[in-house]
Ligand binder design. Sequence first.
Ligand code: GUN
Length: 293
Amino acid sequence: MTTVIDGKQVAASVIDAVKAASAKLEKDTGVKTGLAVIIVGNDPASHAYVNSKSKMAKECGFKSVQHTLPEETTQEELAALVATLNKDPSIHGILVQLPLPKHLNSDPIIQSILPEKDVDGLHVVNAGKLATGDADTGLVSCTPAGAMVFVRRTHGEDLSGLNAVVIGRSNLFGKPMGQLFLAANATVTIAHSRTKDLPAVCRNADILVAAVGRAEMVKADWVKPGATVIDVGINRVAAPEKGEGKSKLVGDVAFDECAKVASVITPVPGGVGPMTIAMLMANTVIAACRSAG
Ligand code: GUN
């Protein structure tokens, strides 16, 4: 029997713990957890993600501030906003939604966020702590941290002897995912667009994680029988079966066929997605607790 992980349910239990922690922090110290989310431009998918992050922050009892900046925002204006939020003691987490419009350079902006407020885990200090075995004092990128919750529930804390294959090498996901697997003693392969014979590499995986942004790319014969398959892709594709002009969300994994081979698999939507937001809330309350000493 294949287990389909219910990401909404796992995320709800993380959110319950976040609510309890932020309420306790406020009661004990008077500190209200604060999250600022910045979005620049008009990308509809990014607006949808950011709105759900801001809404969830409110639900968790946080101070939730959303800065919606126009497409023509300059590098200097964006940097000035981050500098202001860095200095604001009521804000414990700052998230700049990516990608930014093409005329803006995201790297100096991300690196200008104080590491202790970098709830996306993208600052070199946080990425470096993860890479050097000191993740517990930093902040870990939300989507890989969420994927790791699923992995731990399936395989426990220690992944000794297991092969983990991550498809995708982004700073936001693939690299931190690989580091989390390594820290848990897995044998790690990070595959990408230049990898030779990707299906054969994937067939070696006891834990296969796909984060490439290509709809249903991972097929059943890429999956080792009994593997755990985690799908990080969110792709909007045409769905003529739902009516003319309709679309639907699918992952990077061809779900129906891979579910017949895997022993554990995450769906899209309702798998990793809800966990990303839950882990963002968890990082924010952790940052607030640390700021309160
Ligand atoms: N764009 C897509 N996913 C993310 C994320 O987790 N954080 C940020 N900042 N931007 C994103």
